[in-house]
Each structure stands twice: as C-alpha cells, then as structure tokens.
Design a protein around this ligand. Structure first.
Ligand SMILES: *[C@@H]1O[C@H](CO)[C@@H](O)[C@H](O)[C@H]1NC(C)=O
Length: 375
C-alpha cells in the first residue's frame, strides 16, 4: 500500500466512524421524543442503586432497630408509595426499650406503632417532608446521612418522612409530572390528616428533581381557596425548568445529551416541544411568592447549591432565586440589579456552599439557619 492509499483508507474509516456516531446520536434523539424513554432519562427511576438490599430492613442502612418505620401511603389514584418515618435519634434513645420490642419490617397499620404515636401525640414535634432527587430510592447514596443531618437541628423533635415517588423503589406505577405532584400531595395529606401535624410544624425539603416537586406542591397548596403554607421550603440544587436543564446536562458530568443541539436554536426549539414533563419551577416559585404576598401569608424559601455542581449548574439557583425575589416586589427587579445588591449582602462562607433565602420579601444570605424556622 502506498502512503496515499493508507491515507485514503484511514479517511474512509474515519468517515464511517463519524457517520456511525452521528447515527447513534440521531437514534438517541429520536428515542428521546418518546415519552417512555424520556421519562427514564428525566427520572432515572430504573436506576435503584439499592438493588440487593431490602428497603423494609432500614437497619441495613445504619439505623437503630425500629428507628425507621417502613410503611405505605396510598394516593387518590390508587398508587402505593413506599415511605419511611424516621425517628430523631434522641427521641429514639428515650423510648428504645419499648421500640425494640415491636416487630421489625414493613408495617401495614402505622397508627398502631409507638414511633407514629410519638410523632402524632407530641404537640412540639416537627416534621420534614423529604422529596428526593432523580434516580435511586429513599435509601440511596448520601440520602441516609442527609436525613440525620436534617433532624440534627433538634434530635428530640425533628422527625423526617421520606418516600419513593411512583415508579421508584418499591412504589407502584410510573413517574410523570402530574403523578409526582399527586404523590407529594398525598404525603402532605398523610402528614396533616393522619399524623395531625399543622403546616406551621412542617418543612418541605426538596433536592435536585425533588425541588421541582417541592415548589409545585408548595404553589398548589398556597393557591387553594384555603391556602396552606408550611414553615418553610428548602431547595437544594433547584433548576429553572427541564428544557433549560437538558440544554447543558451531561451524563456523569461528561457525556452531553442535548448540548450539541442547543447551538442550533431552531432544531433545539423543535426538540423542546417534545419535552413532556416541563417542571416550570421558575414560574411556579413566582406564583407561590405572589400568592403569599397577596394573602399576607408568612412564607420562607431557602436555596442551597454547590458552586461546583456539574449536574445542575449553580446558575439555575441564581435564576430561581431572582424569579422569587422579583415576584415579591410589586415593581419587579432586574437580574443585574439583584446581583448588585447581593454583592453587598454576601457573606463569605468559606466553601462551595451558598445560601439564598427569602422570608416575606426579605432576602438574605444565611448560614443554613433555616433550622430556626422549625424552632
Ligand atoms: C418581574 O416582576 C414584574 C412585576 O411583577 C413582572 O412584570 C415581570 O414579568 C417579572 N419578570 C420576570 C422575568 O418574571
């Protein structure tokens, strides 16, 4: 083979390789327009990460015997959500002997259990409703240590309720935007009407995809004829909406999904039309704030986001916060104007954590002191 023949065949193979890659990408894009595949990409619910462990044996995940009660909450459309009620550690210690006498495992009648009574019958009990992110189950990854951190604000009083949305873990059904909102509302209903905890003692905590659920539910309840507003809504790594998120999203921070397409606005807009579950958090948070301002309701929002988050760029939080602040000011405020004001108010927290909080139109940076919202 001459040098030019080698060059020609190399070129040929390179062309075939590029064409196949483009072909695979085109197939991926076509698949993304189908709602089943799309829901797997958005919710990642098939990726359980706790595959060989039993979610009804929470002790496997480092809890004390019967510190967690696994049970289920039924939705109005007949799905069963697998949930965990987690006792705060000090309260557990106090009642340890009676608690370990009870049977372990999944509980069909939660009302018969001591742990439940400790929540329901304590007029000072606080409850955090935890809404997890995409993928995994109630027990995956750092979710478990996170539950402990949440009740550490008052280890005798702060209970945590966490659950798997429909299609996740052991819950029935398959996920969708409307479905997840129905799920979260069913959990709120359980907290208020079965456990009997008033909204002033409930905090909504959402992480990543769970922030979209938390915002949607907070908005839904605040806009009702009889508004319900919780002690606070804490958002960890929120995003403005799914379409904006996918324009920058990379699997494991490296493999882009739609960012190559995002450079072609017409093509990207066409693809965006196929996005079934939009999760318009920036609009919902604005509606939530406006409703509360109009009703004179006390509301609190805290946003927490790592500056080096590669799944959901930190910029999303800045935008979500701006939409919330803008809605709290009758004349509105421009993004630049708010950023300028923030420079003056900003505290150096010496790490990658930045907190934005809004409390009845008053915004501030804080050092995670939303715990006093439940105090
Ligand atoms: C900001 O608030 C003003 C006044 O309520 C409103 O007219 C405007 O649409 C809002 N801006 C955004 C980007 O939502």
């Amino acid at each position: 083979m001459t040098a030019s023949q080698i060059a020609a065949s190399f070129f040929e193979y390179a062309c075939i390789a590029v064409a196949s890659l483009l072909g695979v990408y085109a197939v991926l894009l076509a698949l993304l327009t189908t709602s089943t595949f799309q829901s797997h990409v958005v919710y990642l619910h098939a990726i359980q990460m706790t595959w060989f462990k039993d979610l009804n044996v929470p002790e496997t995940f480092g809890f004390r015997k019967n510190q967690v009660t696994p049970f289920s909450i039924k939705t109005p459309d007949n799905e069963r959500l697998h949930a965990w009620h987690i006792l705060p550690v000090e309260l557990y210690r106090k009642h340890e002997t009676s608690l370990i006498d009870e049977p372990t495992g999944f509980v069909t009648d939660i009302k018969s259990r001591l742990a439940f009574k400790l929540l329901r019958d304590d007029p000072d009990a606080r409850l955090i409703l935890h809404m997890h992110g995409a993928g995994g189950t109630v027990a995956s990854g750092y979710r478990v240590p996170n539950y402990r951190a949440l009740s550490a604000g008052n280890p005798s009083k702060i209970h945590v309720l966490t659950f798997d949305y429909r299609g996740f873990g052991q819950s029935t059904g398959s996920p969708s935007e409307t479905g997840l909102i129905v799920d979260a509302l069913a959990v709120v209903d359980w907290a208020m009407n079965i456990a009997g905890i008033p909204p002033s003692r409930i905090l909504i905590f959402g992480q990543s995809m769970g922030t979209a659920v938390a915002i949607a539910v907070s908005k839904h309840l605040a806009l009702q004829d009889t508004p319900i507003v919780f002690a606070g809504t804490v958002l960890v790594a929120p995003f403005v909406d799914v379409a904006t998120l996918v324009s920058t999203y990379r699997i494991a921070g490296t493999i882009p999904i739609l960012s190559p397409i995002a450079r072609f606005p017409i093509l990207f807009k066409t693809l965006q039309r196929f996005i079934r579950d939009k999760w318009l958090s920036r609009d919902s948070i604005a509606q939530y704030v406006r409703a509360n301002e109009q009703n004179g309701e006390k509301y609190r929002i805290a946003i927490i986001h790592a500056e080096d988050d590669y799944d959901i760029p930190w910029h999303h939080s800045q935008l979500v916060f701006w939409h919330a602040v803008n809605a709290s000011i009758p004349a509105g405020i421009s993004y630049e104007e708010l950023e300028d004001k923030k420079i003056d108010a900003k505290a150096d927290l010496g790490g990658c954590w930045v907190y934005d909080a809004l409390e009845n139109g008053i915004w501030r940076y804080s050092r995670g002191d939303f715990e006093d919202w439940l105090a």
